[in-house]
Structure formats: structure tokens, C-alpha cells
Ligand binder design. Structure first.
Ligand code: NZQ
Ligand code: ZN
Length: 339
């Protein structure tokens, strides 16, 4: 095992009706004036935004609302949110939705706490932030893992670049996770989410070091996501499947599945280039590049790909070479993405 530090401080509130406790958690983590950040409107249509506003009102917490974060959220939009946050005197930022809303909330929290620095200085890695407003998340899609991750990803349309900022300041104080909130997801978004969860795990799993416990956790997570993802795309109202996916999404990107290993996120970086250029859904870009990446890297560690085939895809190793198993494992993964 390589040396590591591990911080996963987000308080997870999981289960039916969890969103009813949002106001309690905002207060618990020091919020009194909240900026509610959401995306293109799904949380308006489902009534979730109104439920949260109501619960804040009942707890005498004031709030401003900032919608419009698009999938592949933009720097320009985050800057608008920072101005609103500063003008309204917000002391807490709540992202409601998926990775795009939550990442925008994180960017606003950093920008509002550092009003003299344009946030692209941080996202382009010229500076590191040292303070941020506290952030919370109400999750509506199992996918990016932003609800417990240290990362936030923005697209700068002027430069055509999509970049992530990793900082522990980005860790949400709490994450409200009710699997029922995912029922309204379009099937395409479920599939993109499943792919992203798998890729957060695969981008850690395929590294030069063997760490039995970490690798086994990653394999269990992948098996679960493959099985439950197959159910969820047929029935988005399956509570059991959505529960497992939601929890897997958090565990796949809070650092757990890579502890002690080296981190290689090449497919993610390639995917970001595609999203920056074509505005494609994040999960879709990852599924497009992974098969080619895997065949390109195969010879660096054939036995790791073979192990992946046996442990994750249940391939029978009897009478087969490691290389045959490895190639079958890559084919199985690509076939699954196609499905
Ligand atoms: O915008 P709204 O109207 O809410 O609709 C969204 C959006 O169209 C919709 N949606 C979400 N929940 C829904 C729903 N529609 C109906 N019912 C619901 N319950 O789904 C679409 C996708 O939402 P988005 O937030 O974009 O999805 P996701 O969670 O996949 O986030 C993608 C973004 O996160 C970044 C990606 O690069 C991309 O920009 N990532 C963030 C990471 C992080 N912060 O740790 C890590 C990831 O690797 C990823 O890079
Ligand atoms: Zn991802």
C-alpha cells in the first residue's frame, strides 16, 4: 500500500423522506441565510424545490434561489451565482439536483468566500483556495458522486476547457439521499450515471499496485452497480436498485475504492475533453473512450484485466490464458456500456 490520507467527513442522511430533514441539517452546520442552487428545472417540476423552501421557512431560515445550472455547468453561470451569493449575504450554499447543481454550489461557495479572486484561477490550478462557505447537497441522481467528493468540475466556454478542482473545501457538510427522488430520471440519465459510477471505480482500480482489500471493495461495488443498473434502466421506480446505485455513487467517488493505490484518471480527462467540445453527457463520454483506453493499456498489466474479468464479470478461468480472459473482460464491459 502507498501511504495515504483519507477524509470523508460528509454526514449522509439516507432513505425515504430524508429531504424533510434538510432545514435541520442546514442549521446544524451553521447556515442561516441559504442560497439554493439547482439545475434546469427538474426539481421545480417534481416539487422538491418547494418542499425544501417550505421546510426552510418553517425553521425560520431565509433563502435565495439560483437555478439554471446546466449539465456540464459553466464558469459564467457560477460567476453569476457568486455575485448573488455575496449580494444576498448567504452563509450556506445548498446544491439540489445532480453533479451539475452540486458542483455549481461548490464553485459559488468558494467564489463567495474569496471575492477578490476570479474562480477560474482555482479551476485552472494557478491558485488553491483556502476558504469556502459551507455546502450541503440534496441528491436527485446517482452518478457523479459530488455529494461526498472533494471535486467540482466547471466548463469555461471561452477557452473551451472543462476542468476539475480537487480540494477538501469541496466536501459537502451533509448529503441528503432519498432514492425515491431519482424515480423521475430519464433512462438515458440513469445509464449515464451507472457508467460514471463504474468509471470512478475503474479509474482507480486500474493502477499498478495490488491492494487486496481496496481491490475487493472496488470489485464488489462494480458487481453491484452492474446488477442493479441493469434493473434500474428497466424500472426507474425500483427502490432497491436505486438505493444500491445511490450509495455506490457516493462510495465510488469519496476515495474509498482507491486507498493505497495510485490514481489514474486518464479516461475521465479524455471524457472531459469530449464534453468541453461537444457538450456530451459526462457518463456517455466515459463509455465512448474506455474500451480504446483499456486495449491500449492492456499489456501494461494483463493479469489485472484478467482478474477484473473473473471477479467482476464472473468469467470462468478454466483452460483460458490471462490474455484471453483480459480481452473478454474488456469486451464484456464495452457490451454493457452499449446495452
Ligand atoms: O438540470 P435538471 O433539470 O435538474 O435535469 C438534470 C439533467 O438534465 C436531470 N436530472 C437530475 N436528477 C433528475 C433529473 N431529471 C429528472 N429527475 C431527476 N430526479 O439529469 C440531467 C443530468 O444531471 P447532472 O446534474 O448533469 O448529472 P450528473 O450527476 O451526472 O453530473 C454531471 C456533472 O458532474 C461532473 C460531470 O463532469 C458533469 O459536469 N462530475 C462531477 C464530479 C464531482 N464533483 O466529484 C465527478 C464526476 O467525475 C464528474 O466529472
Ligand atoms: Zn465521473
Amino acid at each position: 500500500m502507498q501511504a495515504f490520507t483519507y477524509l470523508s467527513p460528509t454526514e449522509v442522511v439516507f432513505g425515504k423522506g430524508a429531504q424533510g430533514r434538510t432545514a435541520d441539517y442546514v442549521r446544524r452546520y451553521g447556515g442561516s441565510k441559504v442560497l439554493l442552487v439547482y439545475g434546469g428545472g427538474s426539481v421545480v417540476r417534481t416539487g422538491l424545490l418547494d418542499q425544501i423552501k417550505q421546510s426552510l421557512k418553517e425553521s425560520d431560515l431565509s433563502f435565495e434561489v439560483f437555478g439554471g445550472a446546466k449539465a456540464n455547468p459553466t464558469l459564467e453561470h457560477a460567476r453569476d451565482g457568486i455575485r448573488l451569493s455575496i449580494d444576498s449575504g448567504a452563509d450556506f450554499v445548498l446544491g439540489i439536483g445532480g453533479g451539475s447543481a452540486i458542483d455549481t454550489a461548490k464553485a459559488i461557495a468558494i467564489g463567495a468566500a474569496n471575492p477578490d479572486t476570479d474562480i477560474w484561477e482555482y479551476w485552472s490550478k494557478r491558485k488553491m483556495p483556502v476558504r469556502a462557505l459551507p455546502v450541503g447537497a440534496v441528491l436527485t441522481i446517482p452518478a457523479a458522486g459530488s455529494e461526498t467528493s472533494n471535486s467540482s468540475v466547471l466548463t469555461n466556454r471561452e477557452t473551451g476547457s472543462k476542468r476539475g478542482l480537487s480540494s477538501d473545501l469541496n466536501r459537502p457538510r451533509f448529503a441528503i439521499m432519498n432514492p425515491e427522488l431519482t424515480y423521475t430520471l430519464p433512462v438515458y440519465q440513469v445509464a449515464c450515471g451507472v457508467t460514471d459510477i463504474m468509471m470512478h471505480t475503474l479509474d482507480r482500480y486500474f493502477n499498478p499496485l495490488d491492494n487486496e482489500l481496496t481491490d475487493s471493495i472496488a470489485e464488489a461495488l462494480l458487481r453491484t452497480v452492474i446488477a442493479k443498473g441493469s434493473v434500474a434502466i428497466k424500472d426507474t421506480h425500483d427502490y432497491d436498485a436505486m438505493s444500491e446505485l445511490m450509495w455506490a455513487g457516493s462510495l465510488s467517488h469519496n476515495g474509498l475504492t482507491g486507498l493505497g493505490g495510485k490514481k489514474d484518471f486518464a479516461p475521465h480527462q479524455l471524457g472531459h475533453e469530449l464534453s468541453a467540445r461537444f457538450d456530451s453527457a459526462h457518463g456517455a463520454t466515459l463509455s465512448a473512450v474506455w474500451g480504446s483506453w483499456a486495449r491500449y493499456c492492456l499489456d501494461a498489466d494483463v493479469s489485472r484485466f484478467a482478474r477484473f474479468g473473473v471477479k467482476v464479470w464472473g468469467l470462468d478461468p478454466t483452460g483460458r490464458t490471462e490474455r484471453e480472459l483480459a480481452l473478454s473482460a474488456i469486451d464484456a464491459t464495452v457490451d454493457f456500456f452499449h446495452s
